[in-house]
Design a protein around this ligand. Structure first.
Ligand SMILES: O=P(O)(O)OC[C@H]1O[C@](O)(COP(=O)(O)O)[C@@H](O)[C@@H]1O
Ligand SMILES: [Mg+2]
Ligand SMILES: [Mg+2]
Length: 315
């Protein structure tokens, strides 16, 4: 059985980069325990304030942010932390070689109903500054807190999946995850249909038409309501995730955040053979203009993403 530490040695000669992934994995392991007993500890519910995105913070959003911060600020390989829960980037005293961008708790609306949530992270070189394209990432990953706690991580090469064992060690369960090229499963919040653009409407209508429609196959729909849950399913068995630009989110540029949601997930999915796009350009080619910038997100099985791109190419 391959441990995370063994895998990291095989993936990179850069001990500092490996230590950043190790710190995020340690934060994930600690959070798995925090989340497991949060209802007993009375840590569910709202924190009583809003974050920079104007969203009500849950107590666990704040706790998760604190846990990630604690693990990174003691790692001298990290110079800066960008977090969904922090208005400004935090600059640490040390001049570490790496920047970490994180969504410390993704899908927090699922917490009160005990459905999978996650921690997403993206690692960039400090030399490139805060606003770098997703293609510049040197590592990315997420932790999914589900029936099992999974760590999915990529350092340039393969996307590997680890499970947290009952001693608190990460054990590799998939050496090289591959997103199936084709799939019959899509994920989108269909309650937003009235806001959709023509391309989204076209793709979903075509899919819902099933065997008798132009796609000539039956589709199923799944929407976990936490990006980590949806992306993990797509990584393991294929499918497509869409949070497109719609008439309600146009002013904000989309719903999901570029630096710590879209970029790391796009880099992981592409590393596993899938594709990602905003509909108009590759997610990994979007030039960031702000640390909390939002972006349309479409990613997953290559054939499905190409079908959506074809709809966008029509106009
Ligand atoms: O509320 P909706 O439209 O179902 O959106 C769900 C999406 O919002 C998110 O919950 C946003 O993430 P946060 O919980 O970190 O703000 C995604 O995980 C998820 O895909
Ligand atoms: Mg999120
Ligand atoms: Mg979050």
């Amino acid at each position: 059985m391959t441990s995370l530490a063994q895998w990291l040695v095989a993936q990179t000669d850069d001990a500092a980069l490996a230590s950043v992934v190790t710190s995020m994995a340690a934060a994930g392991a600690e959070l798995a325990t925090v989340l497991r007993v949060a209802p007993i500890a009375g840590q569910t519910g709202l924190a009583g304030h809003t974050n920079v995105q104007g969203e009500a913070q849950k107590a666990l959003d704040v706790i998760s942010n604190d846990v990630v911060l604690k693990h990174l600020q003691t790692n001298d390989a990290v110079s800066v932390l960008i977090s969904e829960e922090l208005d400004e980037a935090v600059h640490f005293e040390n001049q570490g070689a790496f920047i970490v961008a994180t969504d410390p708790l993704d899908g927090s609306s699922n917490l009160d109903v005990n459905v999978t949530v996650g921690t997403i992270f993206s690692v960039l070189k400090s030399a490139g500054g805060l606003l770098q394209k997703g293609r510049a990432q040197v590592a990315a990953g997420y932790v999914a807190y589900g029936p099992a706690t999974s760590l999915v991580v990529r350092i340039a090469g393969a996307v590997s999946v680890f499970t947290l064992d009952d001693r608190g060690e990460w054990v590799q369960v998939v050496a090289e995850a591959k997103v199936p090229e084709t799939s019959g499963e899509f994920a989108i919040n269909t309650a937003r249909e009235r806001f959709w653009d023509a391309a989204t409407l076209g793709y979903v209508k075509e899919s819902v038409a099933g065997e008798t429609g132009p796609a000539r196959k039956r589709y199923n729909m799944r929407w976990v309501g936490s990006m980590v849950g949806d992306i993990h399913r797509i990584l393991m068995r294929g499918g497509i995730f869409l949070y497109p630009l719609d008439s309600e989110t146009t002013g904000k540029g989309g719903r999901l955040r570029l630096l710590y949601e879209a970029n790391p997930m796009a880099w992981l999915i592409e590393g596993a053979g899938g594709l990602s796009t905003t509909g108009r350009q590759g997610i990994l080619d979007v030039e960031p203009t702000g640390i909390h910038q939002r972006v349309p997100v479409i990613l997953g099985s290559a054939e499905e993403v190409r079908r959506v791109e074809a709809w966008y190419a029509k106009g």
